[in-house]
Design a protein around this ligand. Structure first.
Ligand code: SF4
Ligand code: SF4
Length: 236
């Protein structure tokens, strides 16, 4: 048994997600990601159960493990009670811990997600609050979004929201004690440690790629690169 397989075994999601795959392909047949990407959950599960070190390492460095949308459709149909999505979660975490995620375009995007959604949840208590989705970074949202972003107080009032105010309602202020609780959760579950690893490996990769890297924020070359780079080579 390889070292990587041993590490995967330490992840409860892996233990829960893989009993014994009989290679029937039902998970792939139902998987929406497999319809659009070069992606095959059956193949991933089959590769893992070979316990082959080289093949597992290749998977951890690949684009493949980042294509899953975590819809859990595969869980509902597997005749062996496997959950490929949980196996993939464990693979993603291991890829982040070992720094292999920086070897793939989709993997490198982990850095952008950490600096945006990942930090938003700790700062605001929301993953994607309206005021954090700047149209300059999201031109695909179009002119209506730009209007909403620039007139958010007015729009939220008219929609019956409660923007950054106390009490109930959409986008209300999250109480400091809840933010402190989130902070504690990240601390005791190793979330901060994983964030740190994503940062460190990304900084190393930026150096290798000759791109500017800053310790904070999104105004740096490496962030822009991982955020916008699209080789357009992911589809079927
Ligand atoms: S549905 Fe289950 S048994 Fe069939 S290939 Fe997928 S993981 Fe293996
Ligand atoms: S959870 Fe992932 S692997 Fe499973 S069906 Fe959804 S996209 Fe496919």
């Amino acid at each position: 048994m390889g070292k990587l397989y041993d590490l995967l075994l330490q992840d409860i999601r892996f233990e829960e997600g893989l009993n014994a795959c009989m290679n029937c392909g039902v998970c792939t047949a139902i998987c929406p990601a497999a319809e659009f990407y070069k992606y095959d959950p059956r193949e991933i599960v089959d590769t893992i159960q070979t316990k082959d070190e080289e093949k597992t390492e290749a998977l951890l460095k690949s684009e493949t493990i980042w294509y899953c949308g975590q819809c859990m459709s595969c869980k509902t149909r597997c005749p062996r009670g496997n959950t490929p999505a949980l196996v993939i979660m464990a693979l993603r975490t291991l890829s982040q811990k070992l720094g292999y995620f920086t070897d793939s375009e989709k993997g490198r995007q982990q850095f952008a997600i950490k600096r945006t959604v990942g930090e938003n949840i700790l700062k605001y208590g929301y993953c994607v609050p309206t005021y954090a989705v700047d149209p300059k970074m999201h031109p695909e949202q179009g002119p209506i979004w730009e209007h909403i972003f620039n007139n958010i107080d007015d729009v939220m009032d008219r929609l019956g929201g409660n923007l950054k105010k106390k009490g109930s309602g959409a986008l209300r202020e999250i109480h400091q004690k809840n933010l402190d609780e989130l902070d504690k959760i990240f601390e005791v579950t190793g979330g901060y440690k994983l964030y740190g690893e994503i940062e460190n490996y990304s900084e190393k990769k930026a150096g290798e790629m000759g791109l500017e890297f800053k310790k904070e924020g999104i105004d740096n070359e490496y962030f822009r690169h991982v955020y916008t780079c699209n080789s357009d080579n992911h589809g079927k």
